[in-house]
Write a protein that binds this ligand. Structure first.
Ligand code: AMP
Ligand code: MG
Length: 319
């Protein structure tokens, strides 16, 4: 039985508790200056999968990773000269950078939905800053609302929408900005604006010159991002048998036999575990030199919907 979330005002002890929950792989809603975020340890696949479960998102779209500072951002992304210059002006604050993922970063591949970029932001809200300091890990946090609902700007909004799905909501009062962060993609040349938000685009253009706003599709349906990861190896869905030159992405206690190499999303048949493993295992199988990656069917409910969506798009060559 799920119970309503506990709401705590911001104190050093509630922040410590929230940080401990995050380190233990749980979800915590916390205030930022933009909107309330639904936070999880960005390096923990299962914790990140719980975010998608709580938001009931039918697709995996990439999440923003919240960091303490430029130094932590640079551990997980290639924080280039442009990012450094912009961060000097706008961080901490409502500006998110999409940057190439740093080789060796332990950020979950599910955070970036398998892309080779990571979105990073250093929030200015004192409670968010302290939480990031205490948690010690980077914190993946989309807006703390169910998919398709409005972004929450008070703790009450979070409780109304997600109260059953999380244990703790830190109440920092209304968000001062109240709209999401501006997102700028610095992984492309030239950079482009992915989302309008808390920092006016003119202020960024004053630094970088005129910017292209990415297609409206990206804004309306982030899960449909044109550059979503798809493996180079062709995908074959709903495998009931396997050839010796195929790789198998299995699910559940009775994997199909006969493949050259098998990765099992969840031998127990747990969809949260499966979602957490999806991108890492696809990457692993993609470099095995097999003719095909055969995938077993995953149930069409809960996170199974998002897993199947991703596999279908990978299979049809749609990224
Ligand atoms: P939210 O966390 O609810 O503010 O939404 C996060 C937004 O960040 C998503 O809509 C994505 O479009 C965007 N985003 C996060 N990571 C990436 C990335 N690696 N590449 C492109 N867009 C990203
Ligand atoms: Mg959102």
């Amino acid at each position: 039985m799920s119970t309503a979330a506990r709401v705590e005002t911001i104190t050093e002890s509630s922040l410590e508790e929230a940080a401990a929950l995050i380190r233990a792989g749980q979800l915590v809603a916390f205030p930022t200056e933009t909107v309330y975020g639904l936070g999880a340890d960005a390096t923990n696949d299962q914790a990140v999968a719980r975010i998608f479960e709580a938001k009931a998102r039918p697709q995996f779209n990439p999440l923003i990773v919240h960091v303490r500072d430029l130094k932590q951002a640079n551990c997980h992304t290639v924080f280039d000269e442009t990012a450094t210059r912009l961060s000097a002006k706008f961080w901490p604050g409502a500006l998110t950078f999409v940057l190439p993922r740093r080789t060796g970063s332990n950020v979950s591949k599910l955070v970036s939905a398998g892309l080779d970029t990571v979105a990073v932001r250093s929030p200015a809200h004192p409670a968010a800053c302290r939480l990031l300091e205490l948690a010690k890990c980077p914190v993946a946090a989309p807006s703390a609302n169910r998919s398709g609902y409005l972004s929450p700007t008070t703790a009450d909004h979070v409780v109304e929408d997600l109260g059953e799905a999380i244990t703790l909501v830190l109440d920092g009062g209304p968000c001062s900005i109240g709209v999401e962060s501006t997102i700028i993609d610095l992984s492309t040349k030239p950079p482009s604006l992915l989302r309008l938000g808390g920092i006016p685009s003119e202020e960024i253009e004053a630094e970088l010159g005129p910017l292209q706003l990415a297609g409206s599709e990206t804004i309306l349906a982030p899960g449909m991002l044109a550059n979503h990861y798809a493996p180079a190896t062709p995908i074959r869905l709903n495998a009931q048998h396997c050839q010796a030159d195929e790789a198998l992405l299995a699910f559940g206690p009775n994997p199909v036999v006969g493949a050259k190499v098998t990765e099992n999303l969840s031998p127990k048949g747990n969809l949260v575990e499966a979602a957490g493993n999806l991108f890492t295992m696809l990457h692993t199988l993609d470099v095995e030199g097999c003719t095909t990656i055969a995938t077993m069917s995953v149930p069409e409910y809960g996170l199974g919907l998002a897993i199947n969506d991703r596999l279908r798009r990978a299979a049809s060559g749609r990224r």
